[in-house]
Write a protein that binds this ligand. Structure first.
Ligand SMILES: C[S@@+](CC[C@H](N)C(=O)[O-])C[C@H]1O[C@@H](n2cnc3c(N)ncnc32)[C@H](O)[C@@H]1O
Length: 243
């Protein structure tokens, strides 16, 4: 990377935002060791034999790597102050292996996952973590199935459900599709002071998910955008807080 580009990155808003997140986690440390100790590591190691990953597969796809995944998800929980908030009812859309919900449960919250059942490994990890899931698929312009309750927090991390067709085609939901989804969550799944947290992967070229058009759209919905995340309240005229 060229020096000027490096410097640019260093001085970018994202850099300061990331430093801020680090700092606020540092002021409220969480004992990771204690959480790791609640897990039967040997059972997770066995998953590697049952579900071997491809050689050279990045750490982010090694879901039996408890240490790595618990650490990531403690940070996610800390960034929403879930380590120091009163018990909440939380649903995680596209919950994957279930680590985020496991950490939330550790902090005293009542949790539920929602995901497709396409991945046998996730079936195994959510069972090991004792994280309940509803199986279903998020479809564009289609209401989510009834989840039997309203929630204080609806989350979705490293979102994929907005992709239409193959990843390489790069076709995704339009603002109108997002509007339908957000309205469905707001009206059917959020409690009075509930929040919806959407956390996006960067685009394949490393740029933000929030193109100018999407940023404008999410802001028009009242979202607080912070790095890769959009946080929305029940009403578009409400700007929710992370804490
Ligand atoms: C990249 S993984 C992220 C998993 C987890 N949220 C995390 O951050 O580790 C995307 C997840 O979304 C789920 N998913 C993808 N498309 C979906 C859809 N249309 N409806 C529900 N879940 C979906 C996948 O099964 C997978 O668990």
């Amino acid at each position: 990377m060229k020096l000027s580009r490096k410097l640019q990155k260093l001085l970018s808003t994202d850099f300061f935002a990331s430093a801020f997140e680090h700092l606020s986690r540092g002021t409220h440390p969480v004992n990771k060791q204690r959480i790791w100790e609640t897990l039967d590591r040997a059972q997770f190691e066995k998953l590697r034999e049952q579900y071997p990953y491809r050689p050279g597969s990045p750490r982010i796809n090694r879901f039996e790597d408890v240490v790595y995944w618990i650490e990531i998800n403690i940070e996610r929980a800390q960034d929403l102050w879930l380590d120091r908030a009163p018990p909440m009812r939380i649903v995680d859309l596209g919950c994957g292996a279930g680590y985020f919900l496991y950490v939330c449960k550790y902090f005293g919250h009542d949790v539920l996952g929602f995901d497709t059942d396409n991945e046998a490994l996730f079936r195994a990890t959510t069972a090991l973590l004792d994280v309940a899931r509803v199986i279903g698929r998020i479809e564009r312009q289609t209401p989510l199935p009834d989840l039997g309750a309203k929630f204080d927090l609806v989350t979705a991390h490293r979102i994929c459900f907005h992709r239409i067709g193959r990843v390489r085609d790069g076709v995704e939901w339009s603002p109108a599709d997002w509007e339908f989804f957000i309205n469905d969550i707001r009206t059917r799944f959020l409690n009075e002071n509930g929040r919806l947290l959407l956390d996006f992967n960067p685009r394949p070229d490393g740029s933000s998910f929030f193109t100018p058009r999407l940023r404008e759209f999410f802001l028009s919905q009242g979202a607080r955008i912070f790095r890769s995340k959009a946080l929305l309240g029940v009403h578009p005229n409400q700007r929710p807080r992370f804490k």
